[in-house]
Design a protein around this ligand. Structure first.
Ligand code: HPA
Length: 270
């Protein structure tokens, strides 16, 4: 695994002049951030050695290097989901490569179903913590001490410092910004009413099918992490609306301008 990470990092270094210290995984709801990156260089995943190739509708696969404001960033346009059939090492491989390249801060976004009764469709939720319900931890197996400790602490998976900055930006701009615990599930089924209820009872505010594996690996490598969810549908035992992929995309699109306002400034200030 170490050789593959280094090989991929070397390839990327050979293609890019300046390697940034900030990386962004453009999940649902953040795709349009690409339009705000200047001096862009695209590297398609298909050209990157050892990179898996993304298959899902609405997720094209490119690494993008450029400037967000004045800040050099690298962005993943398209991520790898466990439900697509990738194993956890593949899902999190790009985060290992980021770390090998010297990235220090990781921003992630996703679409999620809301269980918190205060949430509305279109809300933006800062992830304050997560519950890992994936059937496998990405760190399972041999630990490479070069990458991080065998038993990493998960006391502060999402940076309190970055959450405070995001709260300040949202307050200044008058944008409603919720806080909550993200429950990470394998998918690809959306939840049954009883499952939404269960996730609420165990302390979840929103549920989705990504992010947790990448964040675990980022924290293993001691990167600072900020995560945000767009609430694209609501679930619970009394909610009968049927969530669809199209509805999720639509709600995420509607939230995108607000998401962009917060993220542009947050990345610049981070
Ligand atoms: N459940 C799981 N994943 C999701 C949902 C949901 O309700 N909405 C968007 N992604």
């Amino acid at each position: 695994m170490l050789n593959k990470i280094l090989e991929t990092a070397d390839y990327i270094r050979s293609k890019v002049d300046k390697i940034p210290e900030t990386a962004i995984i453009l999940g649902t709801g953040l795709g349009a951030l690409v339009d705000h990156i200047s001096d862009k260089k695209y590297i398609p995943y298909t050209e990157i050695p050892n990179f898996p190739v993304s298959t899902v509708e609405g997720h094209s696969g490119n690494l993008i290097f450029g400037l967000l404001g004045d800040k050099p960033v690298m962005a993943m346009q398209g991520r790898f989901h466990y439900y697509e059939g990738y194993d956890m090492k593949q899902v999190t491989f790009p985060v290992r490569v980021m770390k090998a390249l010297g990235v220090k801060t990781l921003f992630v976004s996703n679409a999620a179903g809301g269980m918190n009764p205060d949430f509305r469709v279109g809300d933006i939720m800062v992830i304050t913590d997560h519950i890992n319900l994936f059937p496998e931890n990405p760190l399972r197996g041999k630990n490479y001490n070069e990458l991080g400790p065998r038993f990493p602490a998960m006391t502060e998976p999402y940076s309190h410092r970055l959450i405070r900055i995001a709260d300040g930006i949202a307050a200044d701009k008058g944008i409603r910004l919720m806080h909550g615990v993200y429950v990470g599930t394998p998918g690809p089924t959306f939840e049954t009413p009883a499952e939404y209820e269960y996730f609420r009872i165990i302390g979840g505010d929103a549920v989705g099918m990504s992010t947790v594996p990448e964040v675990i690996v980022a924290r293993h490598g001691d990167m600072e992490v900020f995560g945000v969810s767009v609430i694209t549908d609501l679930g619970g035992k009394d909610i009968t609306e049927v969530p669809t992929h199209e509805e999720v995309q639509r709600a995420a699109e509607a939230a995108q301008p607000r998401m962009m306002e917060i993220m542009k400034e947050l990345v610049a200030k981070a």
